[in-house]
Write a protein that binds this ligand. Structure first.
Ligand code: NAP
Length: 248
């Protein structure tokens, strides 16, 4: 299909939480949205309808971001459905927490595969499309723990620090093609990912937030929206902390 006057954004992990907030914000900005999740599209009909409510086109794609070939097929399908890709937001992520001494190889591998290799997979398959048009915006969702580490999250913090290195290297490689790469590093955001923490853990984290409120998915979506806007056209290779001042 030929690209319509609306440009298209691909958002991974768009079925809920931060990814869904990003999808809705980009839809509000006028982009069509390809919403990727590992769950079946039938499960994500409500999320798709929330995005479509902004008057754009949206579609759910079932794809494990860790599966290189499946990501290739999914990007090809998105191209067929929407005709182009201007924005890529690598947001899909998982945690498998545990202290280093107890962390299993499987829990290390699965977090690296989804968070870090999943980001590589989508960049690998989307950038040829962007290069042809000589324009594109990539925003990778890192984390405060990728900047400062966290006990119990060796796998997750390594994946998120890796995303920062990947972002900066890609920023250098693709700058001449007018494709920017930036990362957003959220602090504590209220989603299903953090709902598993105990009240005591949450209270402890609250003490570390200078702005004295927990982050909301919309706080992250606002930063992504800015990095995809014309106002950010001269920004690449940066990590934007959105954490109420936790990391400074
Ligand atoms: P969440 O509520 O658990 O949502 C995760 C999303 O990723 C879901 O849409 C999930 O959909 C998708 N996903 C998981 N594994 C996938 C896979 N293998 N392939 C495709 N999609 C997959 O998490 P969140 O809190 O919104 O987090 C979003 C991002 O922000 C993550 O990268 C996370 O590391 C980062 N982050 C979050 C916080 C926080 O405090 N919440 C802080 C810093 C960074 P399905 O289950 O349907 O696949």
């Amino acid at each position: 299909m030929a690209e319509t006057e609306r440009k298209t954004a691909v958002v991974t992990g768009a079925s809920r939480g931060i990814g869904l907030a990003i999808a809705k914000r980009l839809a509000k900005n006028g982009y069509n949205v390809a919403m990727v999740a590992s769950s079946a599209p039938e499960k994500n009909e409500d999320a798709v309808n929330e995005v479509k409510a902004y008057g754009v086109d949206a579609k759910a794609y079932q794809c494990d971001v860790a599966d290189f070939d499946k990501v290739g097929e999914t990007v090809a399908q998105i191209m067929e459905d929407f005709g182009g890709i201007y924005i890529l937001v690598n947001n899909a992520g998982i945690t498998r927490d545990g202290l280093m001494l107890k962390m299993t190889e499987e829990n290390f591998d699965s977090v690296i595969s989804v968070n870090l290799k999943g980001t590589f997979n989508f960049i690998k398959h989307c950038t040829p499309v962007m290069m042809k048009k000589r324009e594109g915006r990539v925003v990778n969702i890192s984390s405060i723990v990728g900047l400062q580490g966290n006990a119990g999250q060796v796998n997750y913090s390594a994946s998120k620090a890796g995303i920062i290195g990947m972002t900066k290297s890609c920023a250098r490689e693709f700058a001449s093609r007018n494709i920017t790469f930036n990362a957003v590093a959220p602090g504590f955001v209220e989603t299903s990912m953090t709902a598993v923490l105990t009240d005591k853990q949450k209270e402890g984290l609250f003490e570390l937030i200078p702005l004295k409120r927990y982050g909301q998915p919309e706080d992250i979506a606002g930063a992504v929206s800015f990095l995809c806007s014309d106002d950010a056209s001269y920004i690449t290779g940066q990590v934007l902390s959105v954490d109420g001042g936790m990391h400074m």
